[in-house]
Design a protein. Structure first.
Lengths: 313, 505
């Protein structure tokens, strides 16, 4: 039922208390949190730094704008509506296509303009934001997912989470939504987590609900064949987020666009611990290795260092 | 050695050690110099009852008479005192009264009278004087009602006491008898009506007042009892319940009839009572010492008036509740909805008793969630929505109180002790959680909160912990140190051992 805590410590599993005290509060200055908690600010920051993000169509700041929502939406094609302060994928509405005032959701459900307006006023009222503060709704261009991941995800967005510690990528996983997770990419809701090797970008191990699995539960695709293309570039992009956000312990969420390549979806100042379960590896030895580095390196050199040394035992 | 001295956390550990040491030294000092035992129940218990008299003085000579209790079965008077700046005080032994007098006073005045009783198994038999019988004339239709009741009761009884027993049975259930409810319209006090009806049957009787002893209660009122006489003996009846004898945990404030409070030279007078239970050796020893120096070391909650003491009895338990929350969240890893919401719920449980509290809480939250489900369809802004939930919670609580009272469950009235704003936020959070994460997460967090509240309740009502927190101020330092130490704990949480069990094969 319970694991022996001394064994866990020996493997180097990071626990919640230690993460909070020794990493988050030590390496992430409180003043920088608004940068990552507000997706609008993050987008601004990353755009200035020439890091690719899903492009912004418009923003809804006030309830009165909701009445003219039709002017803020693109006239054709799909888009996504997101709360600026949402967390864990809450309140994200993805519209794949539209025709004559009917909007089709990612699961095929048709929505009217009225329903979109309702969703926007919920976002503005703070339904999805931390602590229920007033929020802003972002309307973004739809990402055209790279077809190489077809069959790995059920209905939702397959995204790649990379933990960046002091600018070095130290662990990565791919999150695949399932029927059980209702198209969401949260592991605790039943999404599949696939640990990805920092060295190669290839799948190492896959879990759902904390238990190892071999095949995607809905599509039956073999998970250990998963390989992320252009891995060096993707990791460098993630590592650069550290230089611009200055958060020492950072989770970077990335998706692959068919045309543009890797896009940074969001940054997270309190990345979760399930990535360890997905990788079947503890974070602590890797954190310790990076804490010993004194040499200043640029993003590409840090990625090269991590790819060479981080998985060496 | 060098390695330990350069540890950056050294000042932190030093602080914790200093706090623990201070706590221990203070506690040992209290234990030694006041002979406060480490465990509760090592000695006799006593009750302190404080009467607080308030009135508006009108600039004339003032004279206040307050009746005071004396030795009785099971209770021995061990001390009494007053606090009343500028007033002359005398204890009138014959009338069992306390008298305050002053030549001139204006504005609002507050006087305190306090008596301490020791619980003893001894029986006391104070001499009681049989009251005079007075006959009262009734107008019609009351006269007929009185006649009917008298003849009915007379039929059903054999002697004065069985007559009284039958009469109180009728009076305590006025809805059963039209005549009684008619008379209660004219004489609203059941006790007074009983005395009038008994006198009519040539049975001597009197209204006397008693107080219910419940630890930590403030602003309590006395309740009336009726003493019924045969030729030489007397028996007490409770007119509200119809039961014979003195109710459990009650103390007679008066032995014979008379006004509780008489004020001459003042307006708007009222009296209320605070009650506190204590450990006799603590009280006696502190009393002995209180004449000596009151330095910082002797700093003691016991020097406050009783009303404030009973507030502190609860306040000093809050750190214990906070410690429980720290342990369950940091060491165990339970998820709760709202960090300290469980402590507030636990405090409500202390007022309501555990089962009533749990059932009431679940009912209110459940009905609240249903209502909130409807509100979410109205597409309201957040602040209005929560305000609407607050009003719904108040409505739910009001409806439950009325229903349970009608059904005869007075326990149900205690739901009013719940902190309503906190309940509303709980409902709002649970409802959002339900929409976003599904009912499973609501069960986890709701269950976590309730479990935390119950554990906090059990800890906070534990006799030994109440004894320690109230009598040893040093314990607070130790709790403070423990909370600081937990705040620095970087080990695994108990539930993480389960979460990460796949690593150890």
């Amino acid at each position: 039922m319970f694991a022996n805590p001394f064994k866990l410590a020996e493997i180097g599993i990071l626990g919640m208390n230690e993460r909070n005290i020794n990493y988050i509060s030590k390496y992430n200055p409180r003043a920088l949190y608004p940068l990552v908690d507000d997706k609008l600010q993050t987008k601004q920051l990353l755009t200035d730094a020439k890091i690719n993000v899903p492009s912004l169509i418009s923003t809804v700041h006030q309830q009165i704008q909701v009445n003219n929502l039709i002017d803020l939406l693109p006239k054709q094609g799909g888009f996504a509506i997101k709360p600026a302060h949402g967390s864990g994928g809450k309140g994200i509405l993805v519209i794949l296509s539209q025709s004559e005032g009917t909007y089709t959701k990612s699961n095929g459900e048709p929505l009217s303009l009225k329903q979109l307006e309702h969703h926007c006023s919920n976002i503005l009222a703070g339904l999805y934001s931390l602590g229920g503060r007033y929020d802003v709704a972002l309307i973004e261009n739809l990402i055209e997912f790279d077809p190489i991941f077809d069959g790995y995800s059920f209905e939702g967005v397959p995204d790649i989470r990379v933990i960046i510690f002091q600018g070095y990528p130290i662990m990565a996983m791919m999150r695949l939504s399932t029927k059980a997770s209702d198209g969401k990419a949260n592991l605790h809701q039943g999404a599949v987590g696939v640990g990805v090797s920092i060295a190669t970008g290839e799948a190492l191990n896959a879990v759902q609900f904390g238990k190892p699995i071999e095949f995607h539960p809905d599509t039956n695709k073999k998970l250990n064949e998963l390989k992320i293309p252009d891995w060096q570039n993707l990791l460098t992009l993630a590592a650069q987020c550290y230089d611009h956000s200055n958060l020492g312990y950072l989770g970077v969420d990335i998706v692959l666009d068919k045309n543009i390549g890797p896009l940074v979806l969001e940054l997270n100042a309190r990345p979760g611990l399930s990535i360890q379960v997905a990788n079947d590896q503890g974070l602590k030895p890797r954190l310790k290795l990076i804490e010993q580095q004194t040499e200043l390196r640029d993003a590409a050199a840090r990625v090269a260092f991590s790819r060479e040394f981080i998985e060496v035992k | 050695m060098q390695k330990y001295l350069s540890n950056p956390k050294l000042p932190f550990y030093a602080l914790i050690s200093v706090l623990v040491l201070t706590g221990l030294i203070l506690s040992i000092h209290h234990h030694r110099s006041y002979q406060i035992p480490w465990f509760a129940g090592e000695s006799l218990t006593s009750w302190s009852i404080e009467a607080r008299v308030e009135f508006e003085a009108i600039g004339e000579p003032v004279s206040i008479n307050l009746s005071r209790p004396s030795n009785q079965n099971g209770f021995k008077l061990i001390g009494e005192s007053t606090a009343s700046p500028g007033y002359g005080v005398s204890y009138l032994e014959a009338e069992n009264q306390t008298q305050w007098t002053i030549r001139k006073a204006t504005g609002s005045q507050t006087l305190f009278y306090r008596s301490d009783f020791l619980l003893t198994p001894q029986q006391a038999s104070p001499t009681l004087i049989k009251p005079e019988i007075t006959y009262r004339a009734w107008e019609e239709p009351y006269q007929t009602a009185v006649e009917q009741i008298s003849s009915e009761v007379h039929q059903q009884s054999a002697n004065p006491f069985s007559y009284a027993q039958q009469l109180f049975k009728k009076i305590s259930e006025p809805e059963q008898n039209q005549n009684i409810s008619l008379l209660l319209n004219q004489t609203p006090s059941k006790a007074k009506l009983a005395v009038e009806l008994l006198n009519k049957a040539n049975i001597a009787a009197e209204v006397i007042y008693a107080i219910e002893l419940e630890d930590g209660r403030r602003r309590q009122d006395l309740f009336p009892l009726v003493r019924v006489w045969s030729e030489t003996d007397s028996v007490l009846f409770n007119p509200t319940t119809g039961k014979k004898g003195l109710p459990n945990n009650s103390l007679l404030w008066q032995l014979s009839t008379g006004p509780v409070l008489e004020v001459i030279g003042g307006l708007n007078s009222q009296v209320s009572f605070s009650i506190i239970k204590r450990n006799e050796s603590v009280a006696a020893n502190l009393k002995q010492q209180s004449d000596q120096t009151q330095g910082l070391i002797n700093f003691s909650i016991h020097s406050l008036p009783l009303e404030e003491q009973s507030i502190f009895k609860t306040i000093l338990l809050l750190p214990v509740g906070a410690l429980v929350v720290c342990i369950l969240r940091v060491l165990v890893g339970l998820r709760t909805s709202g960090t300290f919401m469980p402590v507030l719920i636990a405090i409500a449980f202390i007022q309501t008793s555990l089962m009533t509290g749990l059932i009431g809480f679940l009912l209110v939250v459940f009905v609240g969630l249903l209502l909130r489900g409807y509100l979410s369809r109205l597409n309201l802004l957040l602040v209005s929505r929560i305000s609407a939930v607050i009003i719904s919670v108040i409505a739910i609580i009001a409806i439950f109180s009325v229903i349970s009272y009608q059904v005869g469950l007075t326990e149900g009235l205690k739901v009013t002790f719940f902190p309503m704003i906190i309940l509303s936020w709980t409902i709002e959070r649970m409802s959002i959680l339900w929409e976003e994460e599904g009912p499973k997460e609501v069960l986890i967090q709701g269950g976590g909160s309730l479990l935390t509240a119950v554990i906090a309740y059990l800890t906070m009502t534990n006799d030994w912990i109440r004894h320690l927190t109230f009598n040893f101020i040093g314990i607070q330092f130790i709790i403070f140190a423990a909370i600081l130490a937990i705040g620095n704990y970087t080990g695994y949480r108990l539930l993480e051992l389960e979460r990460f069990k796949s690593f150890v094969k």
